[in-house]
Design a protein around this ligand. Structure first.
Ligand code: G3H
Ligand code: 13P
Ligand code: ZN
Length: 340
C-alpha cells in the first residue's frame, strides 16, 4: 500500500484506545528494523526523520528507502513523518518530497533553540496546516518546550522549564486546526533525562490528564519517550562505552498517557543505544572482523527487538490489518469539507 497519512493511523488508534510509536531513522538498517518489527507484531508504523536525518541521507535516499519499505511490506500501513520541522519552508520541502505527515515545531524559533511566542507559534503552525491539509498531509504542532538538546535542536533547558499550559493548549488547537499536539510534561530528548527513576510527579502526568480532559478529541504526542533501559546501557558500558547512570520515561507512565489521549510516542534514543551496544559487542569480541555486515546485522536485530517490544507495549501490535488506506486526495477533500 502507498504511504498513508498519520491522521488516519491516529484516528484508528484513538478508536482502538492504543498508542503508536514513532521511530526516528537515518539509514536503511533502521528502516529495515522497524518494518521487520512491524511485520512480526502486525503493527501500523510511523517512521520519522529529523532535519539532521534528511541531511544525512541526502533526503532522496531516505524517500526511496521508504518507497522500498512500502513495496516489501505492503500489508503494513506506514507513515513518513517529518520530526521537528523548524520552519514553514522545511515543512513545505518535506511535503513536496512525499512525506505524509509533518511536525511544525513552532514552540522554538527557526534556529531550533530559542523558545518562541504563542503568536509566532500559532502563525507558523497555521500556515503549515493550510498548505499540508490542501494535500491531505497531517500536521503535528507543539506547545511548551521539551528539555535537552539533540543535534543542535532543542531549548537546551531541563524538561520542567517550559511545561505546556492547558489553557494555551486549548487556544492553540482552536487557532491552528492541527491534527496532533505535542505537549511538554517534563521529558527531554536524549539519554540523560532523569538522575533517578521518575514518578508520575516528576513527569507531570496530572497536567497531561488535564490537557486531555480539555481536549478529548485531540491526538496528544509524547516526545522524549525513550525508556533508556538499564540493560541497553549495561551492554554499551560492558563493551568499552562510557555512559553515565541515567533514567528514561518508564513504560508504565507512557501507558498511563495512552489511557489519557496520547496516540503518538516518539522514540529514538532507545534504538540508538541498542545499535551502539550491538556494534560495540562485535568490535570487542571479534576484533578481526572488518565486513560491515558482521556488526550491522546484529545492530539491526537489536533495534528490531526494542521496536517490537515497544509496539507491543504501546498496543499497536495486531492492528496493521484493521483498515484500508485512505488516499491523501480523499484526506484533502475531507479537510476541505470540514473547513467550509
Ligand atoms: O528529536 C530528536 C530526535 O531524536 C532526532 O534527533 O536531530 O539528532 O536526528 P537528531
Ligand atoms: P528520545 O530521545 O527520548 O528517544 O526522544 C525522541 C524524540 O522525541 C524525537 O522527536
Ligand atoms: Zn522530539
Amino acid at each position: 500500500m502507498p504511504l498513508v497519512s498519520m491522521r488516519q493511523l491516529l484516528d484508528e488508534a484513538a478508536k482502538g484506545g492504543y498508542g503508536v510509536g514513532a521511530f526516528n531513522v537515518n539509514n536503511m538498517e533502521q528502516i529495515q528494523s522497524i518494518m521487520e518489527a512491524a511485520r512480526e507484531t502486525k503493527s501500523p508504523v510511523i517512521i520519522q526523520a529529523s532535519r539532521g536525518a534528511r541531511a544525512y541521507s541526502q533526503d532522496r535516499f531516505l524517500y526511496h528507502l521508504m518507497i522500498a519499505a512500502t513495496e516489501i511490506y505492503p500489508e503494513i500501513p506506514t507513515v513518513l513523518h517529518l520530526d521537528h520541522g523548524n520552519s514553514v519552508e522545511t515543512c513545505k520541502s518535506a511535503i513536496d518530497m512525499g512525506f505524509t505527515s509533518v511536525m511544525m515545531d513552532g514552540s522554538l524559533m527557526a534556529d531550533g533553540k530559542t523558545p518562541s511566542s504563542f503568536e509566532y507559534n500559532v502563525d507558523v503552525t497555521r500556515q503549515v496546516v493550510e498548505l499540508a491539509h490542501a494535500k491531505g498531509v497531517t500536521v503535528e504542532g507543539e506547545i511548551g518546550c521539551l528539555g535537552g538538546i539533540e543535534d543542535g535542536h532543542g531549548a537546551g533547558v531541563d524538561g520542567l522549564s517550559h511545561l505546556t499550559d492547558p489553557e494555551q493548549a486549548v487556544e492553540f488547537v482552536k487557532q491552528t486546526g492541527l491534527d496532533a499536539l505535542a505537549i511538554a510534561i517534563g521529558t527531554s530528548h536524549g539519554a540523560y533525562k532523569f538522575s533517578s527513576k521518575p514518578t508520575g510527579e516528576t513527569l507531570k502526568m496530572a497536567r497531561l490528564i488535564e490537557i486531555h480532559n480539555r481536549l478529548p478529541g485531540t491526538h496528544l504526542v509524547m516526545h522524549g519517550s525513550s525508556s533508556v533501559p538499564k540493560d541497553l546501557q549495561d551492554i554499551i558500558n560492558q563493551y568499552g562505552g562510557k555512559l553515565k547512570p541515567t533514567w528514561g520515561v518508564p513504560v508504565e507512565e507512557i501507558q498511563l498517557g495512552i489511557k489519557n489521549g496520547v496516540r503518538k510516542i516518539n522514540v529514538d534514543t532507545d534504538n540508538r543505544l541498542a545499535i551502539t551496544g550491538a556494534i560495540r559487542k562485535v568490535f570487542m569480541e571479534k576484533p578481526e572482523e572488518f565486513d560491515p555486515r558482521s556488526y550491522l546485522k546484529p545492530a539491526r536485530e537489536a533495534m528490531k527487538k526494542v521496536v517490537a517490544l515497544r509496539m507491543t507495549q504501546f498496543g499497536q501490535a495486531g492492528h496493521a490489518g484493521d483498515y484500508a488506506p485512505i488516499p491523501l486526495e480523499e484526506m484533502a477533500r475531507r479537510y476541505e469539507a470540514v473547513a467550509v
